[in-house]
Ligand binder design. Structure first.
Ligand code: ATP
Ligand code: SKM
Ligand code: MG
Length: 168
């Protein structure tokens, strides 16, 4: 059965929705950030601080390439993964990609409400967070929009679950 990739900015709902889709379809749910943390034995913040972003992007590239078509996985990808190397091409060759296109002001509110410490590129203490989210979204949009399906931010989870069968 085809893999399903959820792509989008941090806090766009990839994990929340991904787990629900996996439960519904009886697929396995995986999160590429968690795989990397497990393999490295350290947090993403530590990886960025000690080994740099390029190292992290290479780890993402490698993890992604362990996925084969027909693995029956729901994959929550790291927020930046689609935008590095030729990952978007690999994603679309090995599954159906779904971009959760949530407006930046909504992402911002979610980030402030659920402050996380393992997000080196998005410190909730950064007074420029909203602006940097906007900039990053604009840079990434051309990659994210290569997804097979673009889900507008206002779409309910139930609606997405209803339609996922069509997209497969
Ligand atoms: N459709 C939604 N409506 C309202 N809140 C939501 C929705 N989807 C997710 N959230 C909330 O937004 C926050 C981020 O969601 P989630 O962790 O699923 O996003 P993510 O894309 O996996 O983010 P990350 O990049 O941190 O892994 C969570 O607190 C979640 O409860
Ligand atoms: O948007 C990003 O570039 C990132 C998002 C997270 O999922 C992690 O993959 C990491 O913090 C980088
Ligand atoms: Mg997540």
């Amino acid at each position: 059965m085809k893999n399903i990739y959820l792509i989008g900015m941090p806090s766009s709902g990839k994990s929340t929705l991904g787990k629900r889709i996996a439960d519904t379809l009886h697929y396995r749910f995986v999160d590429t950030d968690r795989i990397i943390v497990r393999e490295e034995g350290r947090s993403i913040a530590e990886i960025f601080a000690k080994s740099g972003e390029d190292y992290f992007r290479e780890a993402e590239r490698r993890v992604l390439r362990t996925i084969r078509p027909g693995n029956s996985l729901v994959i929550s990808t790291g927020g930046g993964m689609p935008c590095f190397h030729d990952n978007m091409t690999y994603i679309n060759a090995t599954g159906v990609s779904i971009f959760l296109d949530v407006p930046v002001d909504v992402l911002y509110s979610r980030m402030l409400a659920h402050a996380q410490h393992d997000r080196p590129l998005y410190s909730h203490k950064d007074p420029e967070l909203l602006r940097s989210l906007q900039q990053r979204y604009e840079i990434r949009f051309p990659f994210y929009s290569q997804a097979n399906v673009i889900v507008p931010g206002e779409t309910s989870e139930d609606e997405i679950l209803r339609r996922v069968g069509e997209w497969l």
